[in-house]
Design a protein around this ligand. Structure first.
Ligand SMILES: NC(=O)c1ccc[n+]([C@@H]2O[C@H](COP(=O)([O-])OP(=O)(O)OC[C@H]3O[C@@H](n4cnc5c(N)ncnc54)[C@H](O)[C@@H]3O)[C@@H](O)[C@H]2O)c1
Length: 611
């Protein structure tokens, strides 16, 4: 039975039970990030321009304007008093771009002040004009544009900015700072005759969920405008638009978003894809301790209601029926309904378990994958296979349940133990062998990726997801008589048998088992005359180069060929009693077959190190 724990407290016990924290989560509108301290020059709004950057707390900024990617406007969004105009002007000067203030543009176009437009025609009329002006500016040459506080709340404005390729930057500051900055500004229609703090809090509640969709969020707090400008410039320079890969299934299409810095932005990335802002998060204790606080803070700020946080012990042992029951109880006891989305935050174990829970709870709840291992980012989070292991074998109870969206934040890989990172490469190498040119890239760049090169990791995730998504779209439920989704099982008949023999005790990680399986599949292909004799050596050489085992004899324990064969005969890939294998003619030329004599498999297992 699940036991209660305060969300955000110490990670769950590792005693083999799920840990549940379900609560009525209060909205936390305070700035969750620590601001760089700076002299408070902003008692009554920002000081006038120009001012030399103080650079306080930072390396001296370069004097020369930095180039921004051509054709992109920078659009500042945020609350009144956040500093959009003051920062925008300074940023434009540093970037060598024109600065425009949307309110001024509207006033010029209308020939009257914003307050007059509000008074004479009402807010709806003003918003209409605001939307048109922003869309026109966004479609033109690049500028730095400061928008009014309510502009980004409009879905059409957000879409126009996205479609124009603008980079949106949300400037965040907390209530006391905003209150101080707007004091004495008499021309803000929404504040006239009202208590500013109350107005600000109401606005935050209504607007933060939309601001959360901005590309970059920057806490400016008490910083001077100069410091915030430098931080904004750096954030823009270091920002890379996440890649969005469509998984174009006819009934359940979704996107895989791959990039860095996605976890803190999860609210904005998820909300357009979910039926409500109610969620239940399932994670494992190790991942929860590392990454749940960032996800939680971002979701709460974006107006999400986190109904439950369920953590399970890390490792394959959690992919079992009794843990599924605990996860289900945890989610449902917290009052989740069919519009509550289950978020899996973790590796393949959490993804498979939480996905299965989402598939069967209330006969199906919406599901989100936020994979945090390389293996989960390149493979298990895409394709909708969910399930748990039984004593009879791996993944034998499960369901197809596609996620609504996958957020693969490659930053989370930085905390992954090296062995787990390598294990994930087993699936990348598999995708390389299935795809062709990706295999040559793996041979060239695998060692760099394993050394943590972020660009190589991003490429591996992106290209793996591209390959997997194509295969899944063509054969979602693995029903093709030949080829199709079953090709993704390259190396897996062997791998599952090896894992089952180890009892999922951590001796052999799934990706390591896949690596040995790839070596065995290449050897079997060569022995049966399907591929050139050089292939097994080439595959094994690459696996060794990235630190993966490639042969049974590389593993730290012994295996019996007979026992392995027994396991393979029970694998769910067996059809009409015949074992099925995925074999290779070369990279990019895999095929499925049941035409493999058991004696050939047994001889191979013995030659490769099984007793
Ligand atoms: N559904 C599918 O299509 C599919 C495909 C391939 C594999 N799988 C399944 O995936 C599972 C293996 O997944 P896995 O390799 O991700 O294992 P895992 O989920 O057990 O994660 C491995 C370990 O890494 C830790 N971890 C995860 N993310 C971390 C991070 N960012 N920083 C630090 N530690 C982190 C976890 O706590 C765990 O201890 C297997 O059960 C396999 O059957 C499923």
């Amino acid at each position: 039975m699940a036991s209660g724990a305060k969300a955000g407290g110490p990670p769950g016990r590792r005693g083999g039970r799920a840990v549940l924290a379900s609560r009525a989560v209060s909205r936390n509108l305070a700035d969750p990030l620590v601001s760089q301290p700076g002299p408070d020059e902003a008692q009554n709004g920002f000081p006038p321009l120009p001012a030399a950057p103080s650079g306080e707390g930072f390396a001296a900024p370069s004097a020369a304007p930095r180039p921004v990617p051509p054709g992109r406007s920078i659009v500042l969004v945020g609350m009144p008093g956040a500093g959009k105009s003051a920062i925008g002007r300074r940023l434009a000067a540093r970037l060598g771009l024109p600065f425009l203030d949307a309110d001024t543009e509207i006033e010029n176009a209308a020939g009257m002040t914003v307050a007059e437009i509000f008074a004479r025609y009402g807010e709806a009329h003003f918003r209409d004009g605001e939307r048109r002006v922003i869309a026109r500016i966004a479609a033109g040459p690049p500028v730095v544009l400061a928008t009014g506080g309510g502009a980004y709340v409009d879905a059409r404005t957000r879409r126009a900015l996205r479609e124009a390729g603008a980079v949106t930057l949300w400037l965040r500051a907390d209530v006391p700072v905003l209150k101080r900055r707007i004091a004495g500004r008499s021309n803000r229609p929404l504040f006239i005759g009202r208590e500013p703090e109350e107005v600000l809090r109401g606005m935050m509640q209504a607007r933060y969920p939309f601001y959360a969709e901005a590309d970059i969020a920057l806490d400016c707090g008490e910083d001077t405008p100069e410091v915030t400008t430098i931080r904004a410039e750096r954030a823009i320079a270091g920002w890379q638009r996440p890649a969005r890969l469509p998984v174009a299934l006819s009934a359940n299409a979704y996107e895989v978003v791959v990039g860095s810095g996605l976890l803190p932005r999860a609210a904005g990335l998820l909300s357009p894809h979910l039926p409500s802002r109610r969620v239940a998060i399932v994670s494992d204790a190790s991942v929860a301790a590392l990454h749940l606080p960032v996800l939680r803070a971002g979701l709460l700020e974006g107006g999400f209601d986190i109904r439950a946080e369920v953590t399970v012990p890390p490792g394959e042992g959690s992919k079992r029926l009794s843990m599924l029951e605990e996860v289900l109880e945890g989610i449902l006891a917290a009052g989740a309904d069919r519009k509550t989305s289950v978020i899996a935050l973790g590796g393949g174990v959490v993804g498979d378990l939480a996905g299965f829970a989402a598939a069967v709870a209330l006969r199906g709840m919406p599901f989100v994958q936020i994979p945090t291992t390389l293996l989960a980012q390149v493979d298990s989070s895409v394709g909708g296979k969910t399930g748990v292991n039984l004593r009879a074998g791996k993944n034998l109870a499960g369901a197809f349940h596609q996620p609504r969206i996958v957020l693969a934040d490659t930053d989370t890989l930085a905390t992954l133990p090296a062995r787990e990172l390598r294990a994930g490469w087993g699936e990348v190498a598999k995708h390389g062998l299935l795809q062709g040119p990706l295999w040559e890239w793996c041979e060239a760049c695998g060692p760099a990726a394993m050394a943590g090169d972020p660009e190589a990791l991003r490429h591996a995730v992106l290209e793996s997801c591209r390959l997997k998504s194509g295969v899944v779209v063509a054969d979602e439920r693995e029903e093709a008589p030949e080829g199709g989704r079953a090709l993704l099982n390259l190396g897996h008949t062997f791998a599952h048998a090896l894992e089952a023999e180890c009892g999922y005790d951590g001796t052999l990680l799934h990706g390591e088992a896949v690596a040995v399986g790839l070596g065995l599949a290449a050897s079997l292909s060569a022995r049966l005359g399907h591929c050139a004799q050089e292939w097994p050596g080439r595959v094994m050489e690459h696996l060794a180069a990235v630190g993966l085992p490639a042969r049974i004899q590389d593993l730290p324990r012994g295996f019996s060929a007979e026992a392995l064969l027994g396991r393979m005969r029970k694998d769910k890939k067996v059809r009409d009693g015949a074992m099925r294998f995925v074999l290779l003619r070369g990279a990019g030329e895999a095929f499925t077959t049941a035409d493999v004599p058991a004696e050939a498999v047994e001889a191979l297992l013995r030659d490769e190190g099984a007793a």
